[in-house]
Design a protein around this ligand. Structure first.
Ligand code: NJP
Length: 227
């Protein structure tokens, strides 16, 4: 039977590339984000019979629980969850950043990931499935003035602490930690960046391991340009 993967932040960038890669691997998919139109376009591309789209904001637990309920009704199981939705903050550092943008980012990147974990864990316990979280190279490094980096340190912490909570459950936890990736995350295309599919490849590598292999973290950075 085809495996079932749920992806948040699936409407663009890394999430959409992972949906494409997982579809090629034969996964059935639950794709969630706020943009119905972009999700529906992706579902048409991948084949609607194997894809369920859910328009939601990850900061709503009720919406995420309803998504899981619908997914179980349609597919009967969830084998992998990629908690990937996230956003950047605003420039200005700790002294000058827009605090409203901070609040939205903290809610999405930390609280939203926590809610995805909470909403999907009952299904993953039944399937002895796989939880993957999009952290960041910024969740390991010191970046002056970056509240965004701080939210990704929190995602690193969620991954480590969740793995301990789930010890003995058979559920694997993988932190996917991208460096710079060329996605709509940036207003201008960044130079010397990875492609979204480079990160999708890391997700597929982790989920394709046999059950006794727990890939804890994958840090992927672009190769520095040749001088
Ligand atoms: O960016 P983008 P990425 N509720 O903007 C969704 C991390 N990362 O693929 O809701 C639900 O193309 C949004 O969809 P929509 C980054 O922190 C990136 O680069 O329709 N969904 C879209 O599908 C993030 O965690 C880089 O607007 C929400 C998706 O999230 C992840 O990679 C480096 C939402 C964002 O896709 C994917 O970002 C790195 C909400 N409240 C980590 N808010 C990089 N690009 O360089 C947003 O280390 N979304």
């Amino acid at each position: 039977q085809d495996r079932v993967m749920l992806i948040t932040g699936a409407s663009s960038g890394i999430g959409a590339a992972t949906a494409r890669a997982a579809a090629r691997e034969g996964h059935r998919l639950i794709l969630a984000a706020r943009s119905t139109e972009r999700l529906d376009t992706l579902a048409r591309e991948l084949g609607p019979e194997k894809v369920m789209t859910v328009t939601l904001d990850v900061t709503s637990l009720a919406a995420q629980q309803a998504m899981v309920e619908q997914a179980l009704e349609r597919f009967g199981r969830i084998d992998a969850v990629f908690a990937n939705a996230g956003r950047g903050g605003s420039p200005g550092g700790f002294s000058g950043a827009d605090h409203e943008a901070w609040r939205d980012m903290i809610l999405t990147n930390i609280y939203g990931v926590g809610l995805t974990v909470q909403a999907t864990l009952p299904a993953l316990r039944r399937s002895r499935g796989h939880m993957l979280l999009t952290g960041s190279a910024a969740g390991r490094a010191t970046i002056p003035g970056s509240m965004y980096g701080a939210t990704k340190w929190a995602v690193t912490g969620i991954g480590y602490n969740l793995r301990e909570e789930l010890r003995g459950s058979g559920i694997r936890v993988t932190l996917i930690e991208p460096g710079m990736v060329d996605t709509p995350f940036f207003d201008e295309p960044p130079e010397h960046a990875l492609e979204p599919r480079d990160i999708a490849n890391a997700v597929i590598y982790a989920v394709n391991q046999p059950a006794h292999v727990d890939i804890n973290e994958i840090l992927v950075r672009p190769t520095p340009p040749v001088e």
